[in-house]
Design a protein around this ligand. Structure first.
Ligand code: UD1
Length: 428
């Protein structure tokens, strides 16, 4: 397995190109299942999760062609053509690798009235159920059984629009039902829907495909079902979590980095946090510039919340920054249990963090030191890279396949800004 070696202490300076959002790309790829015409997706990031979703879609009968961008690190364009769905099963082998595979469920049931999708099962972030996806589809008229670890769905009498209330805000739950609702009879109202920019990006693409959706960007989405959707050409929104991550890379190294393609309106909570910390974030013609304006990192408390609150997907990175702050910061994780797996690894690097349930208290230390550490999930892995950039000495991050799920060309992008970072390839 590959590892990443970082020699900390370099100040980051330069430009980083922000790719399309993984969490927008995954549902958008599934939206291709809703039409027999071609869905063209531009700005597709080069990530392991995108490859996993492509494999899954190909197994369902989707024909995919990929056009490379001008450079090896550039985004790609994907053409997704689903003339017919030839297989209704999302196998455990792929679903277990990536929970977002559940996003094929809604489109499959809506387009062809049946689906068999493996339950994602236990996962590193706690139990993470999919009950709201299932309940919503049942409310639309689907019959659903759980058999041998699979969700088996059918719609013998077709699907019919209704009001669906989400007691908990769920991003992929909203996306699954939004996609299904585009092809059901009549009106569907999704109430307390997720408002994440990735949901909005999906809704905007669905509208280009002929869907009738109002309330986009709000907590209530109203969909008038159509008999069919058609092809479309859509550029995937820039990844706000990647933006936030590189912003923290600039902050933690006392750096000055321009994030090309970043959209401030999608990360206002993170910008507000960084400004309190003592980091300057300004708009540029092409994106955002992040500069640490003060010598000290001020400690600032964080509570994760659904959008537009502080994203849970930025919690680990912010924690890495708080490790070197001038006081104590309290971090409340309200979305996922068991999302502090980076804590023991950060402590190996000299951080002072205590955890009590879903709350972590980070007491800043003057410096972190390099150590061998292990990535445990996607955002945890990048928090260790960030800590390594600031630490004295060498850090070796193992299990970087987690990182490759959500960050493309991370070593190249950071090295181009002056970081000393390289991938140690596993022996063949
Ligand atoms: C998505 C993102 C993930 C991010 C998360 C929260 C993708 C591919 N992944 O994950 O990166 O961390 O949003 O912003 O977009 N819940 C239920 N029942 C359900 C579904 C969810 O109780 O049926 C709960 C979850 O346990 C969790 C909360 O709702 O406590 C939010 O989860 P959800 O928004 O569904 O996360 P994902 O869509 O899986």
């Amino acid at each position: 397995m590959d590892r990443i070696l970082i020699r900390g202490g370099s100040r980051l300076e330069g430009e980083i190109e922000i790719s399309g959002a993984k969490n927008a790309a995954l549902p958008l790829m599934c939206a291709g299942l809703l039409t027999d015409e071609v869905l063209k997706l531009r700005n597709l990031p080069q990530l392991a999760d995108i490859d996993t979703m492509a494999k899954l879609l190909q197994q369902l009968g989707v024909n995919i062609t990929i056009e490379d961008g001008p450079m090896a690190t550039s985004a790609q364009t994907g053409n997704f053509s689903t003339k017919a769905i030839t297989n209704y099963t999302a196998e455990y082998e792929l679903v277990r690798k990536m929970r977002a595979s559940i996003l094929v469920l809604g489109p499959l049931v809506a387009r062809c009235g049946k689906a068999r999708v493996s339950l994602p099962g236990g996962c590193a972030l706690g139990t993470r159920p999919v009950d709201l996806h299932i309940k919503g589809l049942q409310q639309l008229g689907a019959e659903i059984d759980l058999q041998d670890g699979y969700i088996v769905a059918s719609a013998p009498n077709g699907l019919k629009g209704t009001e669906i209330f989400f007691p908990v805000v769920t991003v992929t739950g909203t996306e699954n039902l939004l996609m299904a609702a585009c092809l059901v009879k009549g009106e569907t109202r999704l109430v307390n829907a997720a408002r994440e920019p990735e949901v909005t990006d999906l809704a905007e693409c669905l509208v280009k495909m002929g869907a009738d959706i109002t309330g986009i960007g709000t907590g209530t989405l109203v969909i008038q079902g159509k008999d069919t959707l058609h092809g479309a050409d859509h550029a995937i929104v820039a990844d706000r979590i990647v933006v936030g991550t590189y912003a923290i890379a600039a902050a933690i190294t006392n750096g000055n980095v321009e994030l090309i393609g970043a959209r401030a309106e999608h990360i206002q909570s993170v910008i507000a946090y960084l400004e309190q910390v003592g980091v300057e974030v300004s708009k540029t013609e092409d994106g955002l510039r992040v500069t640490r304006s003060s010598n000290t990192i001020r400690s600032v408390d964080i509570t994760t919340e659904p959008y537009p609150g502080f994203p849970t997907d930025m919690q680990a990175q912010a924690m890495a920054l708080m490790c070197m702050a001038d006081g104590a910061a309290v971090i409340n994780e309200t979305i996922f249990e068991n999302r502090f797996m980076h804590v023991p690894e950060l402590c190996r690097m000299g951080a002072n963090i205590t955890v009590n349930g879903m709350t972590a208290t980070v007491r800043g230390v003057p410096e972190l030191h390099g150590a061998p550490v292990m990535a445990t999930d996607l955002r945890a892995s990048v928090s260790l890279v960030l800590a390594g950039l600031a630490a004295k000495g060498e850090t070796i991050v193992s299990r970087v396949y987690h990182l490759d799920r959500g960050y493309d060309h991370v070593e190249q992008k950071l090295a181009a800004c002056g970081a000393s970072i390289e991938r140690l390839k596993a022996a063949a």
